[in-house]
Design a protein around this ligand. Structure first.
Ligand SMILES: [Ca+2]
Ligand SMILES: [Ca+2]
Ligand SMILES: [Ca+2]
Length: 578
């Protein structure tokens, strides 16, 4: 099977920058500011007019309902003192209250307000600014006319997808594209299933209303002077349609482009509009995509096994993103994210840096890292993200006619990995999240040229699918992690158990992100040491007062030194230290 391509040349303007800093405030921190604020230029852009308030959840008790009166008073009082008027918008899919202010705040103000609220009620788990996220692409030269889809077929750095299609096309798998929505492009529409529009702000949404069941993309053009990220304005870029086409454009239909997993269905979930999108809306999109409930929204009839996030901003992984990703993974969804285009360590780019997210770096045709791609220890692997041709629209404001355009960025790299994950799941439906992640990473091809901080290697669809054909995931994980005690304030102890009937070697304990604020205070688990069948060791952890999250991954191998599926276990964050 081969693709036809060509016919690009649409123009896109304005490079993106990313803006937002680390911002979470938990209750009980005497000095809740323990957050990192980035350089002034970034902080100036880091504006929001929303905060997220999350109460501790007792089993069977909806704290937000119980506490709503107190919370309402706290938020109003704290907001008024700072000159804001607050309105509660909705309860998120994670059970958090989302509050709207009557005007925008700097991130510094938003952190201070969050601290005021959090420190006045010990039942509050955390309060964080509702940061705004953006698409992760770098528009091309306006006169660039995309040629072939090198990303799929080119031998040096392409993803080697044709041999994989002999075994799997993604059939039976839903891939959620959490992005700007979709256009019913002729080379894509038949591969779409219904999504949802989670943009709660009418101006951002640009479709005349807040949340609604149509995730059609009406355009996200911005007039000059209306969005700090695009001071000169921007035209609509149909980003979600482009990303969706990379995953699942109609293929072998004699038209346009080929998609990586053209037998899969793409579920377009709209979270980004004019001037980006709020973390709380994106988190609800992630939760809903995986089959979780969101108040006021009908259940997802076709939950996704793979979720693509070609979006982000700078800063640590906040508790809202972390909880959404964890919720999605617990329902069986693999979460793939663009590493970001800031040219920085991915540990400072959310949600790519969240525990349990596969962060994808971008490479060009030589296999070298794209100059603006984020990098670092948390990158899972790299995929093509330079000059990627896919489905789009000619409209510069409102939609016009179908076209194909070439775009660049980690936004374009991520859906290649999401598509390959779908191929793997369609080749072997018994795979669990950990199995897909492990096999995807360990089937990566060696880099043809140096690529520092680009993860395990180049995405290779054929290797990935071959690695799961006939593979039987182990019946139980190599390691299980059990919470033994937690003071709810950052200090916890964990039992790490070899739950298999054969011995394993604990091969690694490492922090997921280099700036994570979770620390091991004591451990009886010895890296390189054996855990016999059923044996356990103990790890004690403490979260720092900065509350910026983090986790540790424990890895194990079997007696032959081979890591098989589910070889990873995770020690998650348990709140702030004091
Ligand atoms: Ca709407
Ligand atoms: Ca809509
Ligand atoms: Ca096609």
């Amino acid at each position: 099977m081969k693709s036809t391509s060509k016919n690009a040349g649409h123009r896109l303007c304005a490079a993106l920058t990313f803006a937002l800093a680390v911002t979470v405030v938990h209750a009980g921190t005497a000095d809740g500011t323990a957050t990192k604020i980035e350089a002034a230029s970034a902080s100036q852009l880091a504006m929001t007019d929303r905060i997220i308030v999350h109460y501790r959840q007792a089993p069977g008790v909806t704290r937000n309902a119980d506490a709503s009166m107190l919370a309402t008073r706290l938020v109003h009082d704290a907001s008024n003192l700072r000159g804001f008027t607050a309105t509660q918008l909705h309860i998120s899919g994670l059970g958090s209250q989302v509050w709207q202010m009557n005007k925008r705040m700097s991130l510094v103000e938003a952190i201070a307000l969050s601290r005021d609220i959090a420190t006045n009620d010990p039942d509050i788990d955390y309060v964080e600014p509702d940061r705004v996220m953006f698409t992760q692409f770098t528009p091309n030269d306006p006169y660039f006319s995309g040629g072939s889809q090198w990303d799929l077929f080119q031998s040096t750095a392409g993803i080697n997808v044709q041999p994989a299609w002999d075994h799997a096309t993604g059939s039976g798998v839903i891939v959620a594209v959490v992005d700007t929505g979709f256009r019913p492009h002729v080379d894509l529409a038949a591969n779409l299933v219904a999504g949802y529009d989670f943009i709660s702000n009418v101006t951002t949404a640009n479709d005349g209303n807040g949340r609604d069941s149509s995730s059609l993309d009406p355009g996200d053009d911005v007039a000059a002077g209306t969005c700090s990220l695009y001071p000169n304005g921007k035209t609509s870029d149909w980003h979600g349609t482009h990303v969706a086409g990379t995953v699942g454009a109609l293929t072998n239909n004699g038209t346009g482009v080929a998609g990586v997993a053209f037998g899969a269905k793409v579920q377009p979930i709209r979270v980004l509009g004019r001037c980006g999108g709020y973390t709380s809306d994106i988190a609800d999109g992630i939760v809903w995509a995986s089959g979780g409930g969101v108040s006021g929204v009908a259940a997802n009839p076709t939950p996704a096994r793979v979720i693509n996030l070609s979006l982000g901003g700078t800063g640590a992984c906040g508790p809202t993103f972390a909880a959404a990703v964890q919720a999605a993974r617990s329902r069986g969804a693999v979460v793939v994210a663009a590493a970001g285009n800031n040219g920085i360590d991915v540990s400072n780019a959310a949600p790519a840096n969240c525990p349990g997210v596969l962060a994808i770096a971008s490479v060009g045709t030589t296999g070298a890292k794209a100059s603006d791609s984020n990098y670092g220890a948390h990158i899972a692997l790299a995929a093509p993200g330079v000059g990627i041709l896919s489905t789009s629209n000619t409209g510069t404001t409102t939609p016009a006619t179908d076209t194909y355009v070439s775009m660049s960025g980690t936004s374009m790299a991520s859906p290649h990995a999401a598509g390959v994950a779908a191929l793997m799941l369609s080749a072997n439906s018994s795979l669990r999240v950990d199995d897909v992640e492990w096999k995807l990473i360990h089937s990566a091809r060696a880099f043809p040229v140096a690529c520092s901080g680009c993860g395990a290697g180049l995405l290779d669809a054929s290797n990935a699918v071959n690695s799961v054909l006939g593979y039987s995931p182990p019946a139980v994980p190599l390691l299980t992690v059990t919470l033994v005690s937690s003071d709810g304030n950052g200090t916890a102890s964990w039992q790490i158990t070899n739950s298999r009937s054969a011995p394993v070697v604990l091969s690694d304990i490492s922090s997921v992100a280099s700036n994570a604020s979770l620390y091991i205070t004591s451990s009886s688990c010895v890296v390189g040491g054996w855990l016999t069948a059923g044996a356990s060791c103990m790890v004690s952890t403490i979260g720092s007062a900065s509350c910026s999250g983090g986790s540790y991954l424990l890895k194990a191998t079997n007696s032959a030194g081979v890591a098989s599926g589910n070889a990873w276990a995770e020690i998650p964050y348990q709140g702030c230290g004091s």
